[in-house]
Design a protein around this ligand. Sequence first.
Ligand code: ATP
Length: 238
Amino acid sequence: MIEVRELVKRYGGRLAVDGLSFTVESGQVYGFLGPNGAGKSTTMNMMTGYLGPTAGEVLVDGHSVADEPEEAKRRIGYLPEQPPLYTEMTVDEYLEFAAALKKVPRADRARQVDRAVERTRLGEVRRRLIRNLSKGYRQRVGIAQALLGDPEIIILDEPTVGLDPKQIIEIRALIRALAAEHTVILSSHILAEVQAVCGQILIIHRGRMVASGAPAELERRLAGSQALDVVVKGEEAA
Ligand code: ATP
């Protein structure tokens, strides 16, 4: 469903993404695991069409993201690392506004907002100003926004970073529920996080793929590889 081929992003002299290739199949929950600065956000920004690659390409259902960014944005719902929420709006106002930006037809907006609110369990706070919500609720608003337009694929950049343990458990449950209807790609710098929700994991370090596989398979390989251990466990301890 998503094919990433030899993707490269260079910022001046720095190679942020250095020849990444992988495929995400329809229905998978796919995790990017890597330390800060590994290139996860840069890769996601290129997969969603917000950033152009220096080289390589991303195909979504055969459509080139660079050539048809609007098509990619229609098929992919994206939660960026720091979603730019308008904090002086209520949740409802904000999601209505976001639905309009996503070109959801006016007649369908209220229904789509209702469904996104329901799926992210925001019902009790939907009339509150975003400014007054906890970080966990704000993250759910970002996920609700990603669901507008009913995209097939949901990409979540570090969805649990900065949340407390209770909020993390809630967001994980939410991700599992989303996985029943969408292909989900998420990033994290914590091994346990991707192990808890992903069926397939790609370990990224310095813009390159270090390893990929199912969680159990990766765990076996991690046990036998000091190099992988440094990438994964070293950052987890940090
Ligand atoms: P994090 O969890 O810290 O966001 P990440 O794995 O998502 O890490 P990226 O944000 O993709 O990593 O960054 C990859 C590398 O590219 C880093 O070295 C970062 O400093 C650099 N980088 C990212 N964005 C830019 C930019 N706009 N200009 C210059 N360098 C950048």
